[in-house]
Design a protein around this ligand. Sequence first.
Ligand code: ARG
Length: 301
Amino acid sequence: MSTQNTAPTVEATAATASPTGRIAQHRRYLMCRPEFFTVSYTINPWMEPANPTDTAKAVRQWQALYDAYLALGHEVELIDPIDGLPDMVYTANGGFLIDGIAYGAKFRFDERVPEGPAFMDWFRDNGYDVVVPREVNEGEGDFLLVGDTILAGTGFRSTGDSHREVGEVFGREVVSLNLVDPRFYHLDTAIAVLDPVEGPGGVERANIAYLEHAFDERGQAILAERYPDAIRVSDDDGAVFGLNSASDGYNVIISPRATGFEAQLRERGYNPIKIDLSELLLGGGGIKCCTLELRRGTDAP
Ligand code: ARG
């Protein structure tokens, strides 16, 4: 369908159309330089403290991601890393923000609990309205905004009660999905949001990519019904954290190991950009984990 005669929406004017009609939208992200990154405890199957980590290499790889966002015209804010909180680089877990409201994180494991208040302080200091969580939840690791709907993961980290709470905070539909494979313990390891918003003229462009086997049967059925055009990635691409990627609607930053997913994205008119975060994968995180979207209110400067 042609949208050429449609008056541009706010999103469309702030965006750049690609040759394939995909729309790259401006993004504002929060990242944390991994100056204190290491693997000193195990809270997911990827973490093996006996294996050596190279903090300088983690910083170099992280810098490549940061630079890529800036080169694409996105804005990246930084939160100071804290010594003794090696997982703070995974800012996606620090909260979940829509329209200037920051729903804080309450981490499942003691090792990460102090990160919750540290992120909430940053949100407050930077003009967001903070909602202190009652329920255990790990922010955008388990909550993904797709169009107007919040997809919410549970099974390993965020609780089902937090799904109710996030729905109350934002007044939006929440769809709960059960994760069943411990390697894919956060929702953002099993689903990538490709087109998060409605396009010009209200045309629903929201689409996702996902790893079927990370979900129970009920979850698989929900995803198949809601997203018939979704990209379903192979188990091999899922196993290298291929889905832990960041899309602006056209450019999709992915792991260089996810070769099948790369081809699927190209077929659909997206522009995959490969960034290797192998060192950060030792902590069980990838591109999306290192990226928290800061959605400001519409009246923000
Ligand atoms: N070591 C961290 C943890 O297990 C990794 C977090 C990855 N973050 C994510 N959004 N999936 O909590």
